[in-house]
Every structure is written in structure tokens, then in C-alpha cells.
Design a binder for this molecule. Structure first.
Ligand code: ATP
Ligand code: MG
Length: 665
């Protein structure tokens, strides 16, 4: 079983004498160590699957790992094994221990637009910038495990002090809604374990071994959770690469890597140096770019996969030209090398860069999937239905109440809602509870009251069924009851309505299947959806497709051939990062991008680009100049001999056109 590992990897898998950190560069098999170690613990060391938890960075990575472990275990069952993100592990803990924190188990999970609206209420403003800033400040406090009182005490300027007050009101509102936000899913379990020794001991007994992938991107709160759960013995394996820390903007702190060595004096560190992913040239490019950052740890990386092709760097006239050339190159390459579409990835810094490439791919009928983009769960029609589900699970969820009560319209008007809101606030009740108060009811006209009560009573009736009846059946009944299809056709163009209704059917179909597979009822599914909606989109399941992804979302993945697009100053590195002197994190993003490639790497940039309606000229990213010259071939680049470079580019395009023509025949 351990034969597919090199010797330091094997050592890492077998090491169980204390806390272990595997510190190594990209593609060196860190994730493979985790997967193999899970199987090793179960097969060779007598661990029960339910005693092990592995933490991945995305739900998708969790699913893939689950699948691999399944294969490795052959006959043995992995039932009960936890492979999850920090957030879903936190949710699992909170759900079981909710009562200790004064929450009911069906608490709601708010997404970032819900939090935004709550903040807008608390601050009584619509100033977007102020709201975003406050939202991000609160999130940073939570990630650093700072509660409102501490935030107030620490605030040294008036603005921060004001934000700390808002933080407090925001927390009170969440509690009143029986709701938690994304950051709470980690902060609350830490609070719980610090305050309730018995609960901590129970979870320590339950989870005997913890494995953590992508450790460099944990934040202070997540690190606290690891320390609490693994106790003084430190029963964990963490793997990570400080050069791939790319979530600093979200509160992750690569310091946590160094902190490990201080907090656990018995920490063993194993380094892996052989890269099994990329050619020598790609690896050399990655190593050379990242060498421009000051280093935290000394690491080496080498590969036996051959020198490989030159890295191509192409300058395009503008973004249309870039998209066209990339797609043509990709198609020609595929034809030439008889590869699959799924061997290709187009990677970029920001989501907005994808659209123009999507258009080109569609024009050429190339199948593709987009990840890290607007999530399926962010679509209005899906959020409508999720609002109903959330309200059924937790009638105190006021944001869900407002959305469900007004979509589709059911006679509950703004005046009713305003009065309800005032009454609820004055009496410290949720909107739902306030609706049943006699004093409030007397304020309303007979029609208004009837419409409101019809809705609330309907929710009550569905609640009764929710723990009992199959999720799929309930969903279908609900769609009928609220006449959602008719609502879509009344309020949208026929084609838009059709497409939205299809999404609804996709969603209910998927939920029904999920409910059957995992034997989950509607309430359990609801919390799972809330969590998914915040983390990532749902893949559309096309098996052979080009992958479009942000660099952030491509972490941990690998592709035969990578196109890294928009490599310009102001994009990668990002303008804001240049202004705030955060180039190092941008360079790590570039490193992550380069190291996703196995066999070939194409980097491109535009000489001109439209920004807010104006055409601007652009400079190639400083990271392009950091690539090793001998491993790079430039196209269309104003190098030492501009005429030759241009000719070069023309020739290559002509070759590609000829090849495509041949492919069509
Ligand atoms: P990243 O830093 O990008 O997350 P990683 O260190 O987690 O990379 P893996 O994804 O685990 O690296 O491995 C990279 C590739 O090398 C995978 O295709 C994996 O299957 C392969 N690999 C890892 N170890 C070995 C090995 N000992 N022999 C052969 N292939 C290996
Ligand atoms: Mg990995």
C-alpha cells in the first residue's frame, strides 16, 4: 500500500508519535500523503473511520479526497469518516452542541448578502463603501477570535470604535434571528470548547486524529480549533506550502505555520522535494519567480519529468485578440496532441476576466466549465427557494422570512412588513413570532391579517412534515403550493423564465437525490446548502471540458496544459495590491498558477485593454520578467528585435490556422 510513495512521503504517512508538519513545494505529493495516511490509519493502525477527520480547503477537494480514500480502502468501508472543510466541520459541531451556546439545532446560516443587509439596517445607511468596510472589519475580528467587547477595548480610533459597536449590534441581531454567519461556523466552536470543557473532551475523544491540507491558508481561529481538538499530544498531520499562501486578504495568516513550530515543541517537520507534476522548465520558472519573495522556510523542488516545452509568453493587441488566440491555440494544440478538453485550464486573477473567453469558447463550440464564478446558489430563483427552506427550518430567520413572504407576492405588502418589523423590534420577537401576537394583529386590517396568517400557517404546516416526509416530495408540493412556475412566467420574459424554471428543477432534482443518498431530511439539507452557497458553485458535470478558473479556486489542482491570461501590471499583480504594497501575495498567486501546469504553460498579456469604457495601454506583469529567459519563448513581444517578434507571431498564427483548417476537414 505504501509502495506508491517515496521515502519521506512514507515516513510522513507512518509517523504517529506526535504532531507532524509536512512542509513542501507545489506538486510534491502533500495531498497524496494525507489521502494515503487516512487509508493507512484505517487499514494498518486499527482506527475507526469515524475517529478521523481530514480538512480540505473546498467542498470539491473534500469530495475528491473521499473518492480516492474509497479506492485505497478497497473492500473496507469509510463510513463515518469526516472529510470536510473547516466550515463544514464547524457546522457539524455546532449542530450537535447548539444548545450549549443558546442556539437551536436548526439555526440559519446567513450568506454575505444577508449580513450586508443586516449591517445596512444596523447602520441605517446605504453607503456601499462603508458597509463593505464594516463587513470586512467584522469578519477580520471574527477570524482573529476577537469578540465585540475586545474589539471596543482595543479600538484606538473613533472609526474602529464605531465599527466595534456595530459589531456588537450585529451579533445581537444574529442571535435574535437564531442565525450565524460564515465566520461564526469556526469562531463559535472555538468559543464553545473554551467555555465547556466537557464538550471539548467529548470531541477530543471522538476525533482521534486530524489531518489538514493547505495549512498555510488557515486563520487564527482555525488554528485555535486545531489546537483545542488535538490537545496537548497534538494528534495531527498538517501539510502546507508557505509559498502558496494566497488568502491573506481573508484573514489567513501564514504565520500559523511558524507558530506551529513554537507551540508544539515536539513538532516533527518532514520536507518533500521531488515534484511529480511538472516538467523541469515549468518548475524552474516557478522556483525562479518565487525566489523574489523573502522566504520563511528553505525548500527545494526538482522533477524527473524531463525538460519539456518552452514556456510561451504572448503579447496580444487587446483582450479580444487574447481570447481569440488562446482559444485557437488551445484547439490546435488539442488536435496536434490528441488530448482531451479536460486537459486544459484557462486561469485568471479575477472572475470578470472569464466572460470574453466563455464567449470565444462558445463560438468555437468548445465545452467548458467555470469554477469560482457566480455560484449556482447565488441565482435569484435558487435563493428564493432556499429562503423558504431556511424559514421552514428556523422560523426566527428574519431575512428568510422577508424574502419568502414577498416572493411570489402574496398580499403581504410593505406597510404590513414595516408594522410587523416595528412590533417585532419593540418586543424583541422574530417577525414570524410577532405575526401571532394579538396586540400586533389588532393593528392590521382584516385582509392584511388574513394574508399574513395564511402564509405563516402554511410555513407551520410544512414544518410539521419536514422531519418526517422525504425531502423531494416536500419540495415538489411546496413549488405547487407557492405557484413558483407561474410566478416566473408572470414576472420574466418567456425565455428567461424557462431558463430559471430549469434551474429550479435542477435544484430540486439534485436536492431530492442528495436527500435519498445521504438519508438527510429537509432541515439537514438546508444547512448543507447554505454552506455550499457560500463556498463555491456547483460544477455542471460536463466530463470533458476546458476548465475556466480563478487562480484562487485552482489551488491544489493540476492540468496538463495551462493558459495563464491577463498577466499585466494592474491585473496580476492586482492594482490594489500594488497600491497597498502587497506584491508578495500576488507573486504567490503567480506561483500557484505556474505550478498547476504539468506539461505546457502559456502566459499571455494585452497591450491594450478597455477599462470603464476607455482604452488603456498596459504593461506586461513584472512576474513575466522574473521568468528564466532560457525557458521562455516570446510571441508578439516588443523584445530586442520587434520586427522578428511580430513575424514570429504571424507565422505561428498561420500555422495554427492551417492546423485548424485541417482539423475541420
Ligand atoms: P499542491 O501544492 O499543488 O497542492 P501537492 O503537494 O498536494 O501539490 P499532490 O497533488 O499530492 O501534490 O501531487 C501532485 C501529483 O503528483 C499528483 O498527480 C500525484 O498523484 C503525484 N504524486 C505524488 N506523489 C507521487 C509519488 N510518490 N509517485 C508518483 N506520483 C506521485
Ligand atoms: Mg495539494
Amino acid at each position: 500500500m505504501l509502495s506508491k510513495l517515496n521515502s519521506p512521503q512514507r515516513e510522513a504517512v507512518k509517523y504517529l508519535d506526535g504532531p507532524l508538519l509536512v512542509l513542501a513545494g507545489a506538486g510534491s505529493g502533500k495531498t497524496r500523503v494525507i489521502t494515503q495516511k487516512i487509508a493507512y490509519l484505517i487499514e494498518q493502525c486499527g482506527y475507526q473511520p469515524r475517529e478521523i477527520a481530514a480538512i480540505t480547503f473546498t467542498n470539491k477537494a473534500a469530495r475528491e479526497m473521499q473518492e480516492r480514500v474509497g479506492h485505497l480502502l478497497e473492500g473496507k468501508s469509510a463510513k463515518g469518516l469526516t472529510i470536510a472543510t473547516f466550515h463544514s466541520l464547524g457546522l457539524q459541531m455546532l449542530r450537535q452542541e447548539a444548545a450549549l451556546l443558546g442556539y437551536k439545532p436548526q439555526f440559519s446560516i446567513l450568506d454575505s448578502s444577508d449580513s450586508y443587509k443586516i449591517l445596512a439596517d444596523v447602520l441605517a445607511t446605504t453607503d456601499k463603501q462603508l458597509l463593505r468596510r464594516t463587513q470586512s472589519q467584522i469578519s477580520q475580528w471574527k477570524n482573529a477570535f476577537i469578540n465585540p467587547d475586545q474589539a471596543k477595548a482595543q479600538a484606538d480610533e473613533e472609526l474602529t470604535h464605531a465599527a466595534a459597536k456595530v459589531y456588537q449590534l450585529y451579533q445581537q441581531t444574529l442571535k435574535a434571528y437564531q442565525a450565524v454567519d460564515f465566520d461564526d461556523l469556526i469562531k463559535l466552536p472555538v468559543e464553545l470548547f473554551e467555555q465547556h470543557r466537557e464538550a471539548l473532551e467529548k470531541w477530543q475523544r471522538k476525533l482521534k486524529y486530524l489531518l489538514i491540507d493547505e495549512y498555510q491558508d488557515t486563520n487564527a481561529c482555525q488554528y485555535k480549533l486545531v489546537k483545542l481538538l488535538t490537545g496537548v499530544e497534538g494528534r495531527f498531520t498538517a501539510v502546507g506550502d508557505d509559498d502558496q499562501a494566497i488568502y491573506g486578504w481573508r484573514g489567513a495568516d501564514v504565520e500559523n505555520l511558524r507558530q506551529l513550530t513554537e507551540d508544539f515543541s515536539r513538532l516533527k517537520v518532514i520536507k518533500l522535494e521531488q515534484n511529480y507534476r511538472s516538467t523541469v522548465r515549468i518548475l524552474r520558472a516557478a522556483n525562479q519567480v518565487i525566489a523574489n519573495n523573502p522566504k520563511l522556510f528553505d525548500k527545494k523542488l526538482w522533477s524527473e519529468l524531463g525538460t519539456g516545452d518552452l514556456i510561451q509568453v504572448s503579447a496580444a493587441r487587446d483582450e479580444d485578440h487574447e481570447a481569440e488566440s488562446v482559444v485557437m491555440k488551445l484547439m490546435a494544440h488539442k488536435f496536434e496532441h490528441r488530448t482531451q478538453f479536460s486537459d486544459y485550464a484557462i486561469l485568471y486573477r479575477g472572475n470578470h476576466q472569464a466572460r470574453i473567453f466563455e464567449q470565444q469558447l462558445r463560438n468555437h463550440k468548445v465545452p467548458y466549465t467555470v469554477s469560482g464564478g457566480q455560484s449556482f446558489f447565488d441565482k435569484a430563483e435558487i435563493k428564493d427557494l432556499v429562503a423558504y427552506l431556511r424559514l421552514i427550518a428556523n422560523e426566527d430567520d428574519d431575512p428568510a422570512f422577508i424574502r419568502a413572504a414577498t416572493t411570489p407576492k402574496k398580499g403581504i405588502g410593505n406597510t404590513t412588513l414595516e408594522r410587523l418589523g416595528e412590533y417585532a423590534r419593540d418586543h424583541h420577537l422574530s417577525l414570524f413570532a410577532a405575526a401571532f401576537e394579538g396586540d400586533f394583529q389588532r393593528e392590521l386590517g382584516a385582509r392584511q391579517l388574513e394574508d399574513l396568517l395564511t402564509f405563516c400557517q402554511y410555513i407551520n404546516r410544512v414544518q410539521e412534515r419536514a422531519t418526517r416526509d422525504p425531502a423531494g416530495e416536500m419540495l415538489n408540493d411546496m413549488l405547487n403550493a407557492i405557484q413558483y412556475e407561474a410566478f416566473l412566467y408572470d414576472s420574466e420574459e418567456p425565455r428567461a423564465a424557462e431558463s430559471k424554471w430549469k434551474n429550479v428543477l435542477d435544484f430540486t432534482g439534485w436536492l431530492t437525490k442528495k436527500g435519498n443518498e445521504d438519508e438527510k431530511n429537509l432541515l439537514e439539507l438546508t444547512q448543507m446548502i447554505s454552506l455550499m452557497s457560500m463556498l463555491e458553485g456547483r460544477e455542471n458535470g460536463e466530463p470533458d471540458a476546458v476548465k475556466l478558473s480563478t487562480l484562487h479556486a485552482a489551488k491544489g489542482l493540476e492540468f496538463g496544459h495551462v493558459f495563464l491570461i491577463g498577466c499585466e501590471e494592474g491585473i496580476l499583480p492586482h492594482r490594489e495590491s500594488i497600491d497597498t504594497d502587497r506584491i508578495e501575495e500576488e507573486r504567490r498567486l503567480m506561483y500557484v498558477g505556474i505550478t498547476r501546469a504539468q506539461k505546457s504553460l502559456n502566459i499571455s498579456w494585452c497591450r491594450k485593454r478597455k477599462r470603464a469604457g476607455e482604452t488603456e495601454s498596459c504593461e506586461p506583469s513584472r512576474f513575466i520578467a522574473e521568468l528564466p529567459h532560457d525557458d521562455v519563448k516570446h510571441f508578439g513581444m516588443p523584445t530586442s528585435d520587434p520586427a522578428a517578434a511580430k513575424e514570429n507571431g504571424r507565422e505561428r498564427m498561420a500555422q495554427i490556422r492551417a492546423m485548424l483548417a485541417q482539423a475541420k476537414e
